[in-house]
Design a protein around this ligand. Structure first.
Ligand code: ZN
Length: 551
C-alpha cells in the first residue's frame, strides 16, 4: 500500500472549464466542492496554448513546453513536402512527458483518460488512453492486462461521450453517462492500483459547451426559448455532476494530497464562422480549380449527410473507394485548389501556409523577400477585415509563426497563426474559423451547429500541503503545471521544460527549492512508428468531424 507520509498529488482536468461560467454557479451554492477548494486553496486563471486547442494544450500540460517544442499544433499534422495532413496522436508529441521523469525518479503514476495518450506509453504505473482512442479492440492501457480488468468491470465501457451529435437529448445523456463511468473508473483505479500521482481528465463538459451554449445564453443569436426550456440547464447540470464527482474522488484520497483542478482552455459563446479560404480566394491569394468544384461539392454534400447509421453506410457506398473518410478531407482541400496560381491557403491545422517554392510540391512564392512581404501583407490585411456584425473584426490576432513558436518543431507550424475573436462579451462578436473552399459560401456564416468555442484562459485551483489558503494566483500558464508537480515531489526539473514552478501557490519556503537538471535529448524526435492504421484513422476522423474539429 501507499506510504501516507510520502508526497501524493491528484490532478483533475475539466476540459473547457472557464471561470466566467463557474464563478456565478459557485457563488450561488451550486458547486459546493469547488467552493470549498477555493476557500481552502489558491485559484486563478490558467493561460492555454495559442491556439487553445485540446490537442496542443494537453500536450503542453504533459511536457511543460509550448507547441514549438513538442510539435502538436492541432489534431492534424502537416506532412512535409505535401499538401496533406494526417491525424496526430500521442506519438506526435516530440518531448518527454513529466510523468516519465516522475516515474524514473521512482514515483508511481496513474494517468486516466488524458487526451492524446493513445497509443499508450510505458509508464511506471498505469495509463488508460483518453479522447480519440479508436475503440476497445485496440490496446488502450499500460500495462496491457489492465484493459481486461477494466472491460470486465465496465462491460459497456465508453471511450468518450457520444459521437453522433444530431440527437441533442442523446448527447446530454451520453455526456452524463460518460462522466459517471469516468468517476467510477477513477475510484476503482485509485483503490486498486498503487499511485503517487493520479490524473484524470473529464472531457464531456467541452462537448456540451460547444453544442448547448446557445440554450444557456439568452443573448446568443441562435437562442431559442423553446429549446432553452429543455436544454438551458444542460451545462449547469453537468457541472454539478462534475463537482460531486470531484468531491467523491477527493474524499477517497489520502490526507495531505496536493490537489490541482485545472482546465486546458476556457470557453465562450460564439455565433459566427469566418471562411478563411473564401476570403483568400476573393482577395486573389487562392484560386480554386474549376473542374473539381462540382466533384468537391458532391463530396461535400455526401459528407454532410446526417450521420445516422443507415446514412453513414450509404455515405460510404457513395464515395469512391479511395475517398473513404480518412482521405476525404485531404482530397477536398488538395484537389479543390489550383496550386499553380495559389499563393496562400488556410490549412486544416489552423493557420495560413504560404505556397512556397522549394518547400511545397507546387510552390510559386519565392523564398526571401517575396515570402516576407506576402506574410506581412497578409497579416496587415487579415487584421483589417471587418465582419458584418457591427463591423467587428473576425480575427483577434494574427501572428507570424516565428513570433509565437520557438524550438525544434517550430518549422512544422503554419506560416501565419490565426486567432479568431474569442473573447467578445457577446456571443455575436465571436468567430470560429473554417477552411472550406466551397464557392457557394460567403465569407461569413453562422457557427451552427456549434454555439460555443474555446477561450484562452482556463482555470486552476490548488489545495493541499503547503498551498496558500483562500488566495489567488495570476499569470499561471499550462506549461507551468509539469515543473510545479515535479517540484512538489522534489524531483529535478529537466532544463528543457519551458514552464516555471508556480511558487506563488505555496507558502514561502515550502518547496525545497526547485532543482533543474540537464535533460539531454531523450524521447525526441517525434515517433514515426505509431501512426493510426486505416481503420483506426477512419474511426478517429469520424469522431473529430462530429466534434467540429474538421470542416
Ligand atoms: Zn472543445
Amino acid at each position: 500500500m501507499n506510504n501516507s507520509t510520502k508526497t501524493k498529488a491528484i490532478v483533475i482536468g475539466l476540459d473547457g472549464a472557464d471561470w466566467r461560467l463557474l464563478r456565478p454557479l459557485i457563488h450561488s451554492g451550486k458547486l459546493p466542492t469547488l467552493n470549498r477548494l477555493i476557500q481552502e486553496g489558491c485559484h486563478g486563471p490558467l493561460r492555454s496554448t495559442i491556439r487553445p486547442e485540446s490537442s496542443a494544450a494537453w500536450s503542453s500540460f504533459a511536457t511543460g513546453v509550448w507547441p514549438g517544442e513538442h510539435g502538436v499544433y492541432s489534431f492534424l499534422r502537416h506532412e512535409e513536402d505535401s499538401y496533406n495532413f494526417k491525424l496526430a496522436n500521442s506519438s506526435t508529441i516530440g518531448a518527454p512527458r513529466f510523468w516519465k521523469t516522475l516515474g524514473d525518479a521512482g514515483y508511481k503514476v496513474g494517468l486516466v483518460n488524458i487526451p492524446f495518450t493513445y497509443p499508450p506509453q510505458q509508464v511506471n504505473g498505469f495509463m488508460v488512453g483518453g479522447m480519440l482512442t479508436p475503440g476497445v479492440d485496440v490496446t488502450f492501457t499500460h500495462p496491457p492486462d489492465l484493459q481486461g480488468r477494466i472491460l470486465s468491470r465496465f462491460p459497456n465501457y465508453r471511450q468518450d461521450a457520444a459521437d453522433d451529435l444530431d440527437e441533442r437529448d442523446a448527447l446530454i445523456e451520453s455526456a452524463d453517462a460518460f462522466t459517471a463511468q469516468q468517476m467510477e473508473l477513477a475510484l476503482f483505479l485509485m483503490r486498486e492500483e498503487e499511485w503517487d500521482l493520479f490524473t484524470i481528465v473529464f472531457t464531456a463538459l467541452d462537448r456540451l459547451q460547444h453544442y448547448f451554449w446557445r440554450d444557456m445564453d439568452r443573448h446568443h443569436p441562435a437562442h431559442d426559448s423553446e429549446d432553452a426550456l429543455h436544454y438551458g440547464r444542460a451545462i449547469e447540470t453537468h457541472l454539478a455532476q462534475l463537482d460531486a464527482a470531484i468531491g467523491l474522488l477527493l474524499a477517497d484520497s489520502p490526507e495531505n494530497t496536493l490537489v490541482l483542478v485545472m482546465s486546458d482552455h476556457g470557453f465562450n459563446g460564439c455565433a459566427n464562422r469566418f471562411f478563411v479560404n473564401r476570403w483568400l480566394e476573393e482577395n486573389g491569394y487562392l484560386v480554386t480549380r474549376k473542374q473539381s468544384k462540382r466533384q468537391a461539392s458532391v463530396v461535400e454534400k455526401i459528407s454532410n449527410l446526417k450521420s445516422v447509421p443507415l446514412l453513414r453506410r450509404v455515405k460510404r457506398a457513395l464515395l469512391p473507394a479511395d475517398w473513404g473518410p480518412a482521405s476525404l478531407r485531404i482530397s477536398r482541400l488538395a484537389q479543390s485548389i489550383d496550386w499553380s496560381r495559389t499563393r496562400a491557403y488556410f490549412a486544416p491545422d489552423g493557420g495560413i501556409r504560404i505556397n512556397l517554392k522549394g518547400r511545397e510540391p507546387e510552390g510559386i512564392v519565392e523564398p526571401g523577400q517575396p515570402l516576407e512581404s506576402i506574410k506581412a501583407e497578409l497579416k496587415r490585411e487579415l487584421l483589417s477585415i471587418e465582419s458584418d456584425w457591427e463591423n467587428q473584426p473576425p480575427l483577434g490576432q494574427v501572428y507570424l509563426s516565428e513570433e509565437l513558436y520557438r524550438g525544434r518543431y517550430a518549422k512544422n507550424a503554419a506560416d501565419l497563426i490565426l486567432e479568431p475573436q474569442r473573447e467578445c462579451l457577446q456571443s455575436a462578436g465571436n468567430f470560429i474559423l473554417d477552411g472550406s473552399t466551397d464557392s457557394s459560401k460567403g465569407i461569413f456564416g453562422s457557427a451552427e451547429p456549434y454555439s460555443g468555442n474555446h477561450a484562452l484562459d482556463g482555470i486552476l485551483i490548488a489545495t493541499g500541503p503547503g498551498v496558500n489558503g483562500s488566495s489567488e494566483i495570476d499569470g499561471a500558464t499550462i506549461v507551468d503545471l509539469a515543473p510545479t508537480l515535479l517540484a512538489s515531489f522534489d524531483v529535478p526539473i529537466p532544463d528543457r521544460m519551458e514552464g516555471e514552478v508556480l511558487i506563488d501557490l505555496f507558502s514561502p519556503g515550502y518547496l525545497a527549492g526547485s532543482r533543474s537538471e540537464s535533460s539531454g535529448d531523450e524521447e525526441g524526435p517525434q515517433g514515426e512508428g505509431d501512426e493510426f492504421d486505416e481503420q483506426e484513422e477512419n474511426i478517429v476522423e469520424a469522431r473529430l468531424r462530429n466534434l467540429g474539429y474538421l470542416d
